[in-house]
Design a protein around this ligand. Structure first.
Ligand code: 13P
Length: 336
């Protein structure tokens, strides 16, 4: 087993998943202002250190994705953030792309930037304690999108990123996110997501990326959020598994889904069914941002000094996600 494969498995095995706490300052400001908390470096740190020092970190969280500001912060009780995460047994990770910008010659689509100077930044993050990284490509669905140009250019960037990350002895999370915004059907999401993922693997192989040392972070196969084509959670799970079974090479150790705007319960229930129906050899777990943090953030905003109540809320959510990653979640356990 390669070192990279060991790291990947440590992050996603045994019912553990990933806490995606890598919101950029811009995104975090939107999240905080939505619950009437001022977005300062101190408040962003306080919310995050409250989560990272929760009991559930030891049992349910294998890795935490951080943003540049956070990986450089020191907690209010004097530990560095990467040390706090490592002391719970989880692995610190870091978002290394610099965001999605308008794609030249197809300006309604996006290309993710951040390759320039990446090798040097990776070395710095390794020294700070990071052992895995994230880069997100983003695609919108309509009849003409994502275009071949967006699919090819984002696959190329994700692959150059992955090769550099493995060179730096870290595990790349490869995140091609096909967005749920729109009125498209789940079948169209299936078709476009398959094209996107297949192209990513074609490029990853061309760039000689060790597929046993990556984690794929895809969207689930869902109808658009404005679609009339509602389908059952059972169908969502079956379409998601079929898509991944057809388009992901068997060397990949695991798949950690993004929540992408699903509610906490939807993201948990769908992951649970995916695991109950999983007929592949891939580990299927979570790498949730909103679906792990939403309730905790809401409760925390009522009294940002009340650490216990925020941690209890987060502990429950993380436990439910972990049960779902093992196909053992139920409505009764959710409401107990
Ligand atoms: P969500 O689970 O909120 O979609 O965030 C995951 C993520 O990391 C998106 O890049």
């Amino acid at each position: 087993m390669s070192e990279l494969n060991k790291i990947a498995l440590k992050i996603i095995s045994n019912g553990k998943g990933i806490l995606a706490a890598d919101e950029s300052n811009g995104t975090m400001t939107k999240r905080l202002e939505a619950v009437n908390v001022t977005s300062t470096p101190e408040n962003r740190l306080l919310f995050r250190e409250t989560l990272f020092s929760s009991e559930s970190m030891k049992k349910y969280i294998g890795g935490v994705i951080l943003y540049d500001e956070t990986i450089n912060q020191t907690t209010n009780f004097g530990k560095s953030i990467p040390d706090l995460i490592s002391s719970s047994g989880a692995i610190p990770g870091i978002k290394v792309d610099s965001g999605a910008k308008s794609l030249a010659n197809s300006p309604e689509e996006k290309i993710t930037e951040g390759l320039d100077g990446l090798r040097e930044r990776l070395n710095k993050y390794y020294d700070l304690g990071a052992r895995f990284t994230k880069w997100r490509g983003v695609y919108n669905i309509s009849n003409k999108y994502p275009s071949k140009l967006a699919i090819n250019s984002n696959a190329h960037a994700l692959s150059r990123y992955s090769a550099l990350v493995q060179e730096s002895k870290m595990v790349p999370i490869v995140e091609p996110e096909v967005l749920m915004e729109g009125n498209h059907s789940a079948d169209l999401c299936f078709k476009k997501t398959s094209e996107v993922i297949e192209k990513c693997f074609e490029e990853l192989i061309l760039h000689k990326v060790d597929l046993s040392g990556i984690i794929l972070k895809p969207n689930m196969i869902l109808p658009g959020n404005q679609s009339k084509d509602k389908i059952s959670n059972e169908e969502i799970s079956q379409k998601t598994i079929e898509c991944l079974k057809n388009s992901v090479p068997s060397e990949v150790p695991g798949i950690a889904f993004l929540s992408g705007g699903q509610s906490e319960i939807e993201a948990t229930e769908n992951l649970n069914l995916i695991n109950q129906n999983n007929n592949t050899k891939f580990i299927m777990t979570y790498s949730y941002g909103r679906a792990l943090q939403q309730s905790a953030l809401r409760i925390w905003s009522k009294n940002i000094k009340d650490i216990k109540v925020t941690q209890n809320t987060f502990n429950h959510r993380a436990k439910m996600c972990s049960l779902a990653a093992q196909g053992k979640w139920s409505n009764e356990l959710e409401n107990k």
